[in-house]
Ligand binder design. Structure first.
Ligand code: AHR
Length: 328
């Protein structure tokens, strides 16, 4: 009898407990809603290469001030080992919430990406894509470098339309970078369609000086060149100087196309020494910080957030006005 009563009491209390409404969520701490003022962002810059990189760095620093976020800026001095070490430093820094990687090269990131994930850091890849490792960063923000190369190839085809021979020299960015690899792929894809041959190709590390030295060396070997593709403005500026010193008229005897569309490229077009420049937008910071904030607040982001870019021409009748309206 006693056992029956005891069982009924236990059973009744279990039924009662099951009928009790769940404990209000109030007991679970509401998810923190991040604002820019709460964020500390570690930006891993490649180093200093030219006008584009200077505008990109300025974009990160000025936008951080405008938004009121804390920026830790790491200059990798164009040294991959230093950039990897800087990444690790941000992983171990308890203040850093978000790491922004502008990769010098497409590989070498596996271990530090895994460490960042384990440490609960948000990683955004911007400007330069890396190979693989999707799932270790929340999005890539930047250009389609292959498409930039394709645009340059199409424009070189137009410039050499009436040329009997179409020998083109390519001044390449730093070896191993996505910008250099992809622009080369895109350029060859479209240039081949009109019979262009890339007869010389060598890195000039995004620099005016090396762009000049490499072109000078090639001109000592031969002057059988109808076009030069500078993978950035600075290398094209170097080629312009070398052509002039070799008695050739840049943009006439030898057609010139660059990538970036910095102020210097507009000046070269206004001077009549550069035919075309394909834009690569350096002002990435607003999109990067916006994505970082969204990711901190739990949003899922698209794998790629493209930057907006155009193409500009020396023979554009409105070039002067266009140039006057540029912010970098
Ligand atoms: O990653 C973008 C490239 O890096 C720019 O085209 C070049 O000027 C810079 O050095």
């Amino acid at each position: 009898m006693f056992k029956k009563i005891a069982f009924l009491i236990v059973f009744a209390s279990l039924v009662l407990a099951a009928c009790q409404p769940a404990a209000p969520a109030a007991t679970q701490a509401p998810a923190k809603v991040w604002t820019y003022k709460d964020m500390t962002v570690g930006v891993l810059q490649t180093g200093s290469e030219g006008g584009w990189r200077a505008a990109n760095t300025k974009s990160f620093k000025e936008t951080a001030t405008q938004l009121g976020l804390t920026l830790k800026f790491y200059d990798s001095q164009n040294d991959l080992a230093k950039q990897v070490a800087g990444f690790q430093q941000f992983v171990q820094d308890p203040e850093v919430d978000v790491i922004v990687l502008q990769a010098l090269e497409v590989t070498g990131w596996e271990q530090v990406m895994k460490d960042a994930k384990a440490a609960g850091k948000i990683v955004v890849v911007s400007d330069r894509r890396i190979d693989g490792l999707e799932g270790y960063f929340v999005t890539y923000i930047g250009a389609d470098f292959v498409e930039e190369g394709r645009k340059a190839g199409n424009e070189m085809c137009k410039l050499l339309e009436d040329s009997a021979t179409k020998n083109v020299w390519e001044l390449v960015g730093n070896v191993g970078s996505s910008a250099a690899i992809d622009r080369g792929i895109g350029f060859r894809e479209t240039a081949a369609k009109c019979g262009i041959e890339v007869t010389k190709s060598q890195t000039a590390n995004w620099s005016v000086v090396e762009g000049k030295q490499v072109t000078e060396a090639w001109l000592k070997e031969t002057k059988d060149v109808q076009g030069i593709f500078g993978q950035n403005d600075e290398m094209a500026f170097g080629a312009i100087e070398a052509l002039k010193e070799a008695g050739l008229v840049p943009a006439q005897d030898v057609k010139l196309i660059s990538v970036d569309a910095t102020g210097g490229a507009f000046q070269a077009m206004l001077d009549g020494t550069l035919n075309v420049t394909v834009e690569c937008n350096p002002l990435l910071a607003p999109q990067v910080y916006e994505a970082a904030l969204a990711a901190l607040n739990g949003e899922t982001l698209p794998a790629w957030i493209p930057s907006q870019e155009s193409v500009f021409y020396m023979d554009d009748p409105n070039l002067k006005d266009v140039a006057a309206g540029r912010s970098y």
